[in-house]
Design a protein around this ligand. Structure first.
Ligand code: G16
Length: 544
């Protein structure tokens, strides 16, 4: 047993994990005991056997290395036998999920604030993933939070920092620490899932792409796979070097923060496909030449064509989507005769469905798509599946989208975000909505009449756990809807998300402008929720 150092501490307020772990400003994490209290609370409550392995890796943002070194010492003091850590402290979120599964780890610490900006004055985060490789479910995050409220000590050992850049094994107070190649296991996994030969042939025949890694974690993965293994020319991956501050940008693959890519794809020099990924590599953006694909449509289109990828042929068990994600995927599930599940926002809700074999592919409107290959959403995976489908079908993104809508109809969709609003206004808006739920059905707002209004509640079909208050749904007669939710990933004030959806059948206008198709829903959202009155905002900050 190592000599264990016991450091006295006391509970620090504000350690409740959000949609995806604990996310705060770096300055908050730098307070004495802040990160240590949270990590010790994880170690105090999570399940593990003697001799357990812990995976540690992050998206490379500012403060990553500091917390990793401390987490290694604390793991040694807390009885772990082995730590696997990505070289340079880097593991994309899906790569970390894969490493946990592949090496039979009891879990992992994923250090990331995802698409939030990085740097000394920006954001940091810590998330715990369980042995299946997925984000800890609410039962576990709840227990971690409870522990943060009573914690009175954390444990460490007297050991120097390790060399995170040198691949190899070292001992930290008797615990084995292996610094592993961050990319190799993940790239090998991708090669088992997709038809790399077909993609290579398409590239050789002229398929072109740009992948914007947004100076975040995916750069090394994308270079190895796209340029190294698939033969796209050097320079296909741009912003491919992970930077601690993401070059001062938001590593958020949407039409605002990946504007340059969007403009390229809408211009005359556009390659066949443009793609981007976020801070920790789990989100994706797909844009064809002249054609943006919403994440909700991407899920539906990938599911409808998943047979093109060898690893999924003949084994699509079901499709899951988060509640605010459009119902485009539901139509595919219905047509294919497979199961369809609607979960609350948060990838953790897909874990049980994937483990139970009820679903094979999952997705969220927040630019996340993934499958049962890991237990996280996976940005590059989605890009590779798109490439696989385009290569096998020999069509463009735009053609694929049009064919899809011609078969299933089109769910026009947008999300309006009001960021950094006062908590009081946000709460008043949500409370007002809840109070009005019973009176809304039957009321008309412009051209729309409310059919159903409720607060979304989910009962997990596998373990029976219930998650309430997961967003307000206003469903209109005719099938369109508006959903209101407060974000669980922000670090400042509150962020109101308004999700707007309008379905048009195969005989309707399938090539209209999204804003115009959602005008009625936008007006109804304002009339029902009083967005301007409650938030002081007259327009959203971000439309995706
Ligand atoms: C996280 C979760 C996602 C969720 C997203 C948005 O993504 O992993 O499952 O959809 O947050 O959450 P919210 O609407 O509460 O901000 P990421 O990429 O930030 O880890």
């Amino acid at each position: 047993m190592p000599d264990i150092i016991t450091v006295a501490t006391q509970p620090i307020a504000g350690q409740k994990p959000g949609t995806s772990g604990l996310r705060k400003k770096v300055k908050v994490f730098q307070q004495p005991n802040f990160a240590e209290n949270f990590i010790q609370s994880v170690f105090d409550v999570v399940e593990r056997d003697e001799g357990a392995t812990l995976v540690i890796g992050g998206d490379g943002r500012f403060h990553n290395r500091t917390v990793i070194q401390q987490a290694i010492r604390m793991a040694a003091a807390n009885g772990y036998a082995r730590v696997l850590v990505g070289q340079g402290g880097i593991l994309s979120t899906p790569a970390a999920s894969n490493v946990i599964r592949k090496y039979g780890a009891s879990g992992g610490l994923v250090l990331s604030a995802s698409h939030n900006p990085g740097g000394p004055d920006e954001d940091f985060g810590i998330k715990y993933n369980i042995a299946n490789g997925g984000p800890a479910p609410e039962g576990v995050t709840g227990a971690i939070y409870e522990r943060t409220l009573t914690i009175d000590r954390w444990l460490s050992v007297d050991a120097p920092d390790i060399d995170l850049d040198a691949i190899g094994t070292v001992s930290v107070a008797g615990m084995s620490v292996e610094v592993i190649d961050s990319v190799a296991d993940y790239a090998d996994l991708m090669e088992t899932l997709f038809d790399f030969d077909a993609i290579r042939k398409a590239v050789a025949s002229g398929l072109t792409m740009r992948f914007d890694a947004m100076s975040a974690v995916t750069g090394p993965y994308a270079r190895e796979i796209l340029e190294g293994r698939l033969g796209f020319p050097a320079g296909t991956v741009v912003n491919g070097t992970p930077l601690e501050d993401f070059g001062g940008h938001h590593p958020d693959p949407n039409l605002i923060h990946a504007r340059e890519l969007y403009e390229l794809m809408m211009g005359s020099d556009a390659p066949d496909i443009g793609a981007a990924s976020d801070g920790d590599g789990d989100r994706n953006l797909i844009i064809g030449r002249g054609r943006f694909i919403t994440p909700s449509d991407s899920l539906a289109m990938l599911a409808a064509n998943i047979e093109c990828a060898p690893a999924y042929k003949g084994r699509l068990a079901g499709i899951a989507r988060s509640m605010p994600t459009s119902a485009a995927a539901d139509r595919v599930a219905e047509a294919l005769g497979v199961g369809c599940f609607e979960t609350p926002t948060g990838w953790k809700f897909f874990g049980n469905l994937l483990d139970a074999g009820k679903v094979t592919i999952c997705g969220e409107e927040s630019a996340g798509t993934g499958s049962d290959h890991v237990r996280e959403k996976d940005g590059l995976w989605a890009v590779l599946l798109w490439l696989n489908i385009l290569a096998v079908r020999g069509i463009s993104v735009d053609e694929l989208a049009r064919m899809h809508w011609a078969r299933f109809g089109r769910n026009y969709y947008a999300r309006h975000d009001y960021e950094g609003i006062e908590n009081a206004g946000a709460d008043a808006l949500m409370d007002g909505l809840k109070a009005a739920l019973a009176t809304l059905p039957g009321q008309s707002f412009g051209a729309l009449t409310v059919a159903v209004a409720d607060s979304f509640s989910y009962t997990d079909p596998v373990d029976g756990s219930v998650s309430e208050n997961q967003g307000i749904r206003i469903l209109f007669e005719g099938g369109s809807r508006v959903v209101f939710r407060l974000s669980g990933t922000g670090t400042q004030g509150a962020t109101l998300r308004v999700y707007l959806e309008n379905y048009v059948g195969t005989d309707g206008d399938l090539d209209a402008e999204t804003g115009a198709m959602l005008a009625d829903q936008i007006a109804a959202a304002e009339a029902i929720a009083g967005i301007t009155r409650n938030t002081g905002r007259t327009a959203p900050d971000v439309i995706t």
